[in-house]
Design a protein around this ligand. Structure first.
Ligand SMILES: Nc1ncnc2c1ncn2[C@@H]1O[C@H](COP(=O)(O)OP(=O)(O)OP(=O)(O)O)[C@@H](O)[C@H]1O
Length: 917
C-alpha cells in the first residue's frame, strides 16, 4: 500500500481503535481529543462520509516532508495493517486510552502523550494500581493509572523514524480499498465535535475562465461589461466571490461631486453598466426570520423588493400598506404615522416583507404565532424563575458515597455479584441502594425490565420507587407451595415475563421478609427460568438490618415463631457477599452512636442505661414545634394526631388525593396505595404540625418538621413572599406601613374569595441550624411501578403528614431531628431500636420509661451477626463519618477529580467486607 494511503488508513483505524477503547472505558469522551500534528492540520475523528473530503484537504495542505507522516507510520507496514490489534494490545495493558495531544513541538517527540480531556487533568496518583481485572476497567480506573497515557511499546509507536517515508506520495497511487463494514464502528462517532477545515480552501471558480458566456437575457447590462482576463485573477489568490465585474465598483472621476451638486451624469457615466437592483434571493424560512436581522435588513429587503418590481415592469406596490400604485417611501398611511414604524416597533413585532399579499399575510400569521409562543416561553421562564426564587430552593447536592459505600456499588454494578449489605441504622444503606438503582437503571436504560426493584413492604417499596416482593413475584399472598405458585405465575403472562426478564432483583428492608417466602421465591425463580443456579441465575442485591423490624407474623406462622430471611435454607447459596457498612452518618456524636450500637447488639452497658434514663426530661426546643412521638400501632398514631387537631381552632382544609394507575380494581388499588406515606385524605388547620415526606432540596428533606402558618393561593403567596410582615399576625396592622396595610387588606379579601381548591398550606419548616424556611406546599406524586414501567398505582397529594405522632413502621428509614418515645408501649423486638435510632442527637431525643428488656434484640439475629463477625469487634466504637462541609456548587472537573481520586484510594473490595470477617 503506498505510503500516502497508509497514513489515511492509519487515521481511520486509529479512530476506530479509539472508539473501541472509549467504549471499553464506558465513559463518554469527546473524540476531538485525537489531535495529531502541529498547528497546520488538526484532524479529528470524523464520519467516513467526510473521509474523502478530508483526504483531499489533507493532500492539498500537507506540508512537504512533514512530521505528521512520520508520526502516523508505524515501524512496519505489516503492523500498520493491524492497528486495531495493536490497540487491543494496548487495551490489555491499559496503557493507552487513545486520546492524546502531542507534538506541538516537533522537536520534542519523546514527550509522553498527554490526556487532553479536562476531566482528567492532574488527577493521577503515582503508581497506584486500581483495577484488579483488566476486563472490568472503568474509565476512572484507567485514568487513574499514572502511565495511562504514556507512549509505551504496547501502543503504536508513532515516533519511530526509521520507516518514515520521506517522499511525498505519488499522485497516481493505488486507491485504498475498504471493506464495506470497515467503518461499522463509526456509527458511534461523535459528530458534534469541532472539525477544523484545512487552512487553505479551494478558491471559487473564475467566473470567466475559458467560458463562452451566453449573455443572459435578463441581464442585458452584463453583456456589455468587460471582464478582466483570467490571468488577473489567479486562482490561488483570495478574492471575494461576486458576480459583479470589478468595473461596476468604480466611481467615475468627478461623478460624486457632480451628483452632490445635482448635475446630470455625463454620457460617459451613463454608459457605465450598472446592474439593476435585484430581489435578493432568500429562502422562505429566512424571510420569516427577517425580524431577526434588524431594521436595516428589513429596509434593505423592502427597497430591494420595490426596485425589483419596478425593474421587472410589474406595477409598483407598497410594502407597508400592500397597495399598488405608489412606492413604500411615498406610502400615505405611513406618512400619517398610522402604519408600521419599524424604527420604533420592537424588533419581535416587525413583519418581514414579501412581494405578494398572500405571502405577506402568511408571514404575518407566522410572526404572530411566533411572538405569542415567545410570550408564553418568557412567561414560563419567569414562572420557573419565580418558583425557585420565591421558594428559595437550592438544588439537591448529590451525596458523595463513602469509600465503603462506593466499593459495594462497584461490586454490584460493575462486577455483577449477589450482595447483601447491612449495617446499623444510619450507615447509609438506603442512600447506597438508591445510588445502585440509579446506576443499574442507567446500565439497563434500553431494557429497564431487567432490573426489578422490590421491598418487603409497600411503604419501603414506595420509598425506592418499586413494588412489593409479592407483587413482583405475582404470587398473591404466597401461601401455596412452590409448584402451585409456579402454575399460578405461568397463567399470568406479565408475572411470567417478569421472572424470565429479570437479571437483577433488588430487595430493600430484608429484615421484614419471611424466611419461607425467601425460599419459595428462590424455588420459583429456578423453576420459571429453568435454570438450576441459585435464584435461577438472577443477581440479588439485598439490604436491611435484621436488628430492625422483623417480618410481620401471619396467623398461620405464629405457632412456629419468626423466621428471618437469613434462616432460609437457600440464603447462603443465593448471596455471594455479605458486607457490613460501618460508618454512621445519621448521628454525628460518637457517644450517642455507640449507645445505639450497644442497644442494637443487645450488649447494653450500665452507663448506656443510665444515659438513656436521663433522656426522660422534657425538651424545650424554643419554637412552636414539638417532638414527633413514635407509637408502635397506627391506631395510637391516629388518636394522638386527631386529639391535637381538635385542639386547634380555625377552618379545616381537606386535601383529597387523586389516585390513578393501571389497576382498575379500586379496592386492590386502594390497598396498594394505603401503604404510602401520603394519606388518602389530609386534613389541616392553621397551627397543625406537619412533616415533609419528600425531599425538596438540600434543606427541606423527607422528615423536616414544620407548622402550617396559613392557607394561600399562589397569588397570595407572591405578595407574602415579597413582604412576609404582611402576614405576620404578631405585627399589629397599625404598626405596618400604609402600603403594607393595603396589602394585608388585599390579602384578606383574596383569602375570603379564593376557591378552596386553589389554596395550599404555607408551612414554616424548622431547619437543623435553628433557622426556618417557608414553603407553599403543592402537590407531588408517588408511584407503585413495575419493572416494565407499568404504573400500577399512583397518588397525587400534598407531601405532608400530620406529625405530632408517627408510627414506628412509618418512621423506619427516616431521619428525625426531634423524637419522643414511651417504651412502655413497645411490644416487638427491634421496635425500640428503630424508634431511638431515628434521632440525630441526644438533644433531640426524649425517652420515657426506659426499660432494658424492651430494647433487647432478637437472639436469632444476634447469632446471625455473630456468625459474621465477632461481637467484640462490633462493640468497638462505631466510626462516625467525618463529612466535609457541604458544598453548594461543584464544577464538573472537580467532581471528576474527586471521583478519580476515590478510585485511586480504593485498594480492593475485600476491605469493605473486613468488618464482617
Ligand atoms: N455518603 C453519605 N454522605 C453523606 N450523608 C450520608 C451518606 N450516606 C448516608 N447519608 C445520610 O445519613 C442519613 C442516614 O442514611 P440512610 O437513611 O441511607 O441510612 P440507613 O442505613 O438506610 O438507615 P436506616 O437503617 O435507619 O434506615 C441520611 O440523612 C443520609 O442522607
Amino acid at each position: 500500500m503506498p505510503p500516502g494511503s497508509r497514513s489515511l488508513v492509519a487515521l481511520s483505524l486509529t479512530s476506530r481503535g479509539l472508539q473501541a477503547q472509549l467504549r471499553q472505558a464506558r465513559r463518554p469522551l469527546d473524540l476531538s481529543i485525537l489531535y495529531v500534528h502541529d498547528t497546520r492540520i488538526r484532524y479529528s475523528s470524523i464520519a467516513d462520509a467526510m473521509l474523502g473530503r478530508a483526504t483531499k484537504s489533507f493532500e492539498a495542505s500537507k506540508p512537504k516532508n512533514d512530521l505528521l507522516a512520520k508520526q502516523l507510520f508505524s515501524s512496519s507496514p505489516a503492523e500498520n495493517a493491524k492497528v486495531d490489534e495493536q490497540f487491543k494490545k494496548a487495551r490489555q495493558s491499559s496503557q493507552s486510552i487513545g486520546g492524546f495531544t502531542g507534538y506541538t513541538n516537533p522537536s520534542n517527540l519523546s514527550n509522553p502523550l498527554r490526556a487532553r480531556s479536562p476531566n482528567v487533568k492532574s488527577t493521577f496518583k503515582q503508581g497506584v494500581s486500581v483495577a484488579t481485572n483488566a476486563s472490568t476497567y472503568s474509565a476512572p480506573s484507567i485514568f487513574s493509572k499514572q502511565d495511562s497515557f504514556q507512549n509505551t511499546p504496547d501502543t503504536i509507536d508513532l515516533t519511530q523514524e526509521d520507516t518514515v517515508p520521506t517522499k511525498r506520495p505519488s499522485a497516481n497511487h493505488t486507491p485504498v480499498e475498504f471493506n464495506e463494514d470497515d467503518f461499522d464502528d463509526d456509527d458511534d462517532l461523535d459528530l458534534d465535535m469541532d472539525f477544523e477545515l484545512p487552512m487553505s480552501m479551494a478558491p471559487p471558480p473564475n467566473p470567466t475562465s475559458n467560458r463562452t458566456t451566453a449573455p443572459s437575457p435578463s441581464l442585458p447590462q452584463y453583456k456589455r461589461s468587460e471582464h478582466p482576463p483570467s490571468s488577473q485573477n489567479p486562482t490561488s489568490s483570495a478574492m471575494t466571490w461576486s458576480s459583479s465585474p470589478p468595473a461596476n465598483k468604480k466611481t467615475p472621476p468627478g461623478a460624486l461631486k457632480r451628483r452632490q451638486q445635482g448635475e446630470q451624469p455625463t454620457q460617459e457615466e451613463a454608459d457605465i453598466p450598472r446592474p439593476t437592483k435585484r430581489v435578493r434571493r432568500t429562502l422562505p424560512w429566512l424571510k420569516n426570520n427577517a425580524d431577526k436581522d434588524g431594521v436595516n435588513a428589513i429596509e434593505e429587503e423592502e427597497n430591494d423588493a420595490v426596485a425589483a418590481m419596478a425593474s421587472s415592469g410589474t406595477p409598483v406596490k407598497c410594502i407597508r400598506c400592500m397597495k399598488y400604485g405608489h412606492q413604500t417611501a411615498d406610502c400615505p398611511t405611513y406618512k400619517k404615522g398610522k402604519g408600521m414604524n419599524t424604527a420604533s416597533t420592537p424588533r419581535d413585532k416587525r413583519i418581514p416583507t414579501t412581494d405578494t399579499a398572500s405571502a405577506y399575510r402568511e408571514a404575518q400569521k407566522k410572526l404572530k404565532e411566533k411572538n405569542k409562543k415567545a410570550k408564553i416561553d418568557d412567561g414560563m421562564r419567569t414562572a420557573a424563575d419565580d418558583y425557585h426564587k420565591t421558594k428559595g430552593k437550592v438544588a439537591m447536592a448529590p451525596i458523595t458515597l463513602s469509600k465503603e459505600q462506593e466499593s459495594v456499588r462497584e461490586l454490584v454494578v460493575n462486577k455483577g455479584k449477589s450482595v447483601f449489605f447491612t449495617g446499623s441504622a444510619g450507615t447509609g444503606k438506603s442512600v447506597l441502594m438508591r445510588a445502585i438503582i440509579a446506576d443499574l437503571r442507567k446500565k439497563f436504560v434500553r431494557e429497564p425490565d431487567r432490573v426489578a426493584v422490590t421491598a418487603s413492604t409497600g411503604l419501603a417499596a414506595c420509598n425506592i420507587g418499586g413494588v412489593t416482593l409479592h407483587s413482583f413475584g405475582g404470587i398473591g399472598l404466597g401461601k401455596e407451595d412452590v409448584p402451585a405458585l409456579v402454575k399460578k405465575i405461568k397463567r399470568n403472562q406479565k408475572a411470567k415475563n417478569r421472572w424470565l426478564r429479570t437479571k437483577i432483583l433488588i430487595i430493600d428492608e430484608i429484615s421484614m421478609v419471611d424466611g419461607d417466602l425467601f425460599d419459595k421465591l428462590e424455588g420459583i425463580a429456578r423453576a420459571m427460568r429453568n435454570n438450576g443456579r441459585p435464584f435461577g441465575g438472577i443477581q440479588l442485591v439485598i439490604t436491611g438490618d435484621f436488628f430492625q423490624l422483623p417480618p410481620v407474623p401471619d396467623y398461620e406462622s405464629k405457632g412456629r415463631g419468626v423466621k428471618f430471611a437469613f434462616d432460609a435454607g437457600t440464603w447462603a447459596t443465593a448471596i455471594h457477599h455479605t458486607i457490613g457498612l460501618t460508618e454512621v452518618f445519621r448521628q454525628k456524636d460518637p457517644v450517642f452512636a455507640n449507645m445505639l450500637n450497644e442497644m442494637r447488639l443487645g450488649k447494653i452497658s450500665n452507663e448506656t442505661i443510665a444515659a438513656f434514663k436521663r433522656m426522660s426530661r422534657k425538651i424545650d426546643y424554643g419554637d412552636a414545634l414539638m417532638a414527633t412521638e413514635l407509637f408502635p400501632t397506627r391506631n395510637e398514631v391516629e388518636n394522638a394526631n386527631a386529639f391535637k387537631m381538635r385542639s386547634l381552632h380555625g377552618k379545616p382544609y381537606k386535601f383529597e388525593a387523586a389516585d390513578t394507575g393501571s389497576i382498575q380494581d379500586e379496592t386492590m388499588r386502594e390497598k396498594l396505595l394505603s401503604n404510602m406515606m401520603a394519606p388518602k385524605v389530609l386534613e389541616l388547620k392553621k397551627g397543625a404540625q406537619v412533616m415533609l415526606i419528600k425531599n425538596m432540596d438540600d434543606g427541606l428533606v423527607n422528615g423536616s418538621l414544620g407548622k402550617v402558618m396559613a392557607f394561600q393561593t399562589e397569588a397570595m403567596f407572591e405578595i407574602y413572599d415579597n413582604d412576609p410582615d404582611v402576614l405576620d399576625s404578631s405585627i399589629a396592622t397599625e404598626d405596618l406601613t400604609e402600603q403594607q396595610q393595603g396589602m394585608r387588606a388585599n390579602m384578606a379579601k383574596k383569602e375570603s374569595s379564593a376557591k378552596e381548591s386553589q389554596m395550599y398550606p404555607l408551612v414554616r419548616f424548622s431547619m437543623p441550624d435553628g433557622t426556618s424556611r417557608d414553603l407553599l406546599v403543592q402537590h407531588e406524586e408517588w408511584k407503585v411501578e413495575l419493572p416494565n414501567g407499568e404504573i400500577q398505582a399512583q397518588r397525587r397529594q400534598l407531601p405532608l403528614i400530620l406529625a405530632w405522632a408517627l408510627s414506628i413502621h412509618k418512621a423506619q428509614g427516616q431521619t428525625l431531628e426531634r423524637v419522643k418515645i414511651d417504651l412502655r408501649r413497645v411490644f416487638e423486638k427491634g421496635q425500640a431500636y428503630v424508634a431511638l435510632s431515628r434521632a440525630t442527637s441526644q438533644d433531640g431525643l426524649e425517652v420515657q420509661n426506659f426499660d432494658k428488656s424492651k430494647v433487647m434484640a432478637h437472639p436469632r439475629v444476634g447469632e446471625f451477626y455473630n456468625s459474621l463477625y465477632s461481637v467484640n469487634k462490633a462493640l468497638e466504637y462505631p466510626k462516625v463519618a467525618e463529612l466535609p462541609p457541604p458544598k453548594k456548587e461543584k464544577s464538573y472537573e472537580k467532581f471528576m477529580e474527586e471521583k478519580v481520586e476515590r478510585y485511586n484510594d480504593f485498594d480492593s473490595d475485600e476491605e469493605a467486607m473486613a468488618a464482617y470477617g
